[in-house]
Write a protein that binds this ligand. Structure first.
Ligand code: GLN
Length: 381
């Protein structure tokens, strides 16, 4: 068989989680909470199953869930999203991004991707015959240099993928960034995918600048979200995509022949939960406590140096000042010698190898997990 993805192996999250399990390491690598979700949500899903939500729901998603999402985003971002035409429930944010890329990209189309980039974007583009135009975020702020973007845009540019809050760096886009993006695509046939799965994980009073706040941008955008990140249930694989009617229709053509419709009981349970819980401020408060704890623990117990982020449940730590190991060597050493797993940021660069000696740690963990990880990292130089 001639591989359609000859340069792709098993992804970094699977590899590191497997290695972490083999070495009984504390997994601060792959992004998932080690605590359970709100029990009420689990109860509502359970009730939904008892009530008979066990067969297919409509392809676009359960309407009460789409209604609840429309209420949420319209209130938060001052937009006018319609549940029927603009919202599609998907099996996870990553899948929504895949469908959006597949809906837009034809052979030879160029896609601007900012690196480090979440690892699914580039294989998704290449699978669709697109050409990746990588632009490096500035190190160590991981900000976008818009002059570089303007210079990279040409008549073949079809899509720009943005991600705020940004995985893996935790950087966020500002209103100024959105204005720059708007200027660059004005009058051009360029679409946007905005990966906003960490919309609620934003700290220190920063505001999430959703594309949905910017009508001109939103009119050309697929905005992708994740319930896994919102409700601490990454393994449920459920999210949604918001897009203008024409774009949603194209996305649904792909979705209907891949997954058709998303897990019924989860959709019904989440809809019920959102009808009763419609404030989302507590998420940041809880996560910020964990972030601050990890910061303090790493500072007090290890030589790693923080590269401060503003959002997501990840933080980047540099070791350039005390080790010459490559990131992948460092991560392997940490797993094997200290029993703590992290993700090498080099895994988020595809084309040119970049090794800034930075690792990503996930802090969506119980306090005792973070404490134990810090103990294990003590003296690990
Ligand atoms: N989004 C998660 C992360 O960055 C992992 C997703 C996955 O395992 N594919 O860690």
């Amino acid at each position: 068989l001639q591989s359609k993805l000859p340069n792709v192996g098993i992804n970094i999250f699977s590899r590191i989680s497997k290695l972490a399990n083999e070495h009984q390491a504390i997994n601060l690598g792959q992004g998932f909470p080690d605590y359970n979700m709100n029990p009420q949500l689990a109860q509502y899903v359970n009730e939904a199953m008892q009530k008979g939500f066990n067969q297919y729901l409509p392809m676009e998603g359960y309407l009460p869930l789409r209604n609840a999402i429309a209420d949420k985003v319209n209130k938060a971002y001052g937009c006018n999203v319609q549940p029927t035409t603009n919202i599609t429930i998907t099996p996870g944010g990553t899948y929504a991004i895949y469908c959006a890329i597949t809906a837009v990209i034809q052979t030879g189309d160029e896609v601007i991707v900012f690196e480090p980039a979440y690892d699914s974007y580039i294989p998704n583009i290449e699978l669709n015959g697109g050409k990746v135009v990588p632009i490096k975020l500035e190190h160590p702020t991981y900000a976008i240099n818009w002059e570089q973007v303007a210079a990279a845009v040409n008549t073949r540019t079809k899509l720009i993928i943005i991600n705020t809050p940004h995985n893996p760096s935790g950087s966020i886009l500002s209103a100024h960034d959105m204005q720059q993006l708007d200027k660059i695509i004005a009058g051009k046939d360029i679409y946007i995918i905005s990966d906003e799965v960490y919309e609620h994980l934003i700290f220190d009073d920063h505001v999430h600048e959703s594309v949905l706040r910017y009508p001109r941008l939103a009119s050309r955008a697929f905005v992708c979200f994740s319930f896994g990140k919102l409700f601490d249930c990454t393994g449920w694989k459920i999210g949604y995509c918001i897009a203008p009617e024409i774009l949603s229709a194209e996305l649904r053509k792909i979705h209907q022949y891949n997954c058709f419709s998303v897990n019924s009981a989860m959709q019904a349970g989440i809809a019920h939960f959102m009808q009763h819980n419609n404030t989302y401020t507590q998420i940041n408060i809880e996560l910020q406590k964990k972030r601050d704890l990890l910061r303090q623990l790493i500072k007090d117990n290890t030589p790693f140096k923080l590269l401060p982020g503003k959002g997501t449940y990840f933080e980047l730590y540099s070791y350039a000042h005390f080790s010459q190991l490559t990131e992948i060597e460092m991560v392997h050493a940490l797993i094997k010698n200290c029993g703590v797993a992290a993700i090498p940021v080099s895994a988020f660069y595809s084309h040119a190898p970049v090794d800034n000696k930075v690792i990503r740690l996930c802090f969506a963990k119980k306090e005792e997990t973070l404490q134990e990880a810090a103990q294990r990292l003590k003296g690990c130089e």
